[in-house]
Design a protein around this ligand. Structure first.
Ligand code: PMP
Length: 401
């Protein structure tokens, strides 16, 4: 048989999917499984989104669309940017893709040659590593352990940018930690970025509407508008609008970067579908009550989850202020056994596996995100499952010997 490319040999199936599949299998066997594993928002957008799609169907052109994105959708995205305080962009600064994932993949292709370095903080969203590996970039990981609240410091950033990576990839609010950078923290990091003009900066900020406690969403461009020359803001409908299956992602950045992504679109996908684009325009420009209500609901769930974690001896969890994840340091369990089952827990993968088998709770091992001391809990499950799932986690830790 002929060989597959070396490139595909470097791509691995997602570790999150492996746990999700195992949870599904146990469920199919009749086990009572509560899943905290997949990062899906578990709500649907408002009726106005579906109405817009029905109208688009009635007026279907049946044609290919624009490589950049449908005009109405781009206008709605410009309005959304203004709402975030990101002003001064025109359609020439924008591009779209089949979810933020494809936008990020296109950006990697557009900005990185073989062997160029892309730097990003650890813990990182799993696909960053895979995308970098597929495009044959060198990865520089910037470790941000729980002791520094999983956040990048200006000194760390300075040391990393002094090595002139081609790209810095930054994620705020963070998946998997839920941490959100304050205005002052963003401003201090922006001052460092300003010193190093050779590095592109991608801000993957797709959870920007899921921010709690009034901390607000801040971007390097807010702190230093001149960084618009090098900062590429990435957004998506998936998480904040409850539309992961619609597959719509955006970028706003320098015109030549947007043009490069549009060129890649013209060769990869041609355009997003007409119905999807109508849905996206309606979601962005229409009433915001659903995302706002969900944000309040997630904040309340964050509080409940944190209360349980705080009551477990040895578990340490920096308090997240956004997205819908918590990322506790559970290394206190390593080297112990789960009393009732006698199963040994050597690391995060074994912990998640025993937790799933013995308590029917699915979480994702932190090593999937480059931090093997922790695990990720995604708390978007139906509300009646949340506290029973958390109680099982507490029980599990109490049963360790
Ligand atoms: N960035 C981050 C930080 C994410 O968590 C995700 C989805 N899990 C994505 C990008 C990709 O989102 P999309 O569904 O728009 O492809």
């Amino acid at each position: 048989m002929p060989q597959l490319s070396r490139r595909i040999g470097r791509a691995k199936p997602s570790a999150i999917m492996v746990i999700a599949e195992k949870a599904k299998r146990l469920k199919a066997e009749g086990r009572d499984v509560i899943s905290f594993s997949i990062g899906v928002p578990n709500f649907l957008p408002g009726e106005h989104v579906y109405q817009a799609v029905r109208e688009a169907l009635d007026n279907d052109s049946g044609q290919y669309g624009s490589n950049r994105g449908a005009d109405a959708m781009l206008d709605a995205f410009l309005g959304h940017l203004e709402g975030l305080g990101l002003t001064g962009y025109t359609k020439a600064n924008l591009a779209t893709g089949v979810g933020a994932k494809q936008v990020l993949y296109n950006l990697a292709e557009a900005l990185l040659d073989d062997g160029d370095t892309i730097a990003f903080p650890t813990p990182y969203w799993t696909s960053y590593l895979d995308i970098a590996e597929i495009v044959d970039a060198k990865v520089e990981l910037l470790p941000c352990p729980p002791e520094q609240d999983y956040k990048l410091t200006p000194a760390q950033l300075d040391a990393a940018l002094a090595k002139k990576p081609r790209v810095l990839l930054f994620n705020n609010p963070s998946n998997p930690t839920g941490m959100v950078y304050t205005r002052d923290e963003i401003s201090a990091l922006a001052d460092v970025i300003a010193k190093y003009p050779d590095t592109w900066v991608i801000t993957d900020d797709i959870y920007n509407k899921m921010v709690f406690d009034g901390v607000g969403y801040h971007n390097f461009v807010h702190a230093r508008p001149e960084l618009r020359d090098r900062v590429i803001f990435v957004d998506s409908l998936s998480k904040t609008y409850g539309m992961p299956g619609w597959r719509v992602g955006f970028m706003a950045g320098p015109e030549e970067v947007a043009r490069a992504v549009v060129t890649l679109n013209s060769n990869h996908i041609t355009s997003l579908p007409e119905m999807t684009s109508a849905a996206a325009a309606a979601a962005l420009a229409g009433p915001q009550d659903v995302p706002e209500a969900k944000c309040a609901e997630f904040q309340a769930k964050r509080d409940q989850v944190m209360d349980v974690l705080a009551s477990i001896e040895g578990v340490v969890c920096p308090r997240p202020q956004g997205a819908f994840y918590v990322f506790p340091d559970v290394s206190c369990a390593f080297g112990r056994t789960h009393g009732p089952s006698g199963k040994a827990i050597g690391n995060d993968v074994e912990l998640c596996s025993v937790l799933l088998e013995e308590k029917g709770v699915a979480c994702v091992p932190g090593s999937a995100f480059g931090e093997p001391r922790s695990l990720r809990i995604s708390y978007t499950c139906p509300t009646p499952q949340l506290m029973p799932g958390m109680e099982r986690i507490r029980e599990f830790f109490n049963e360790l010997s």
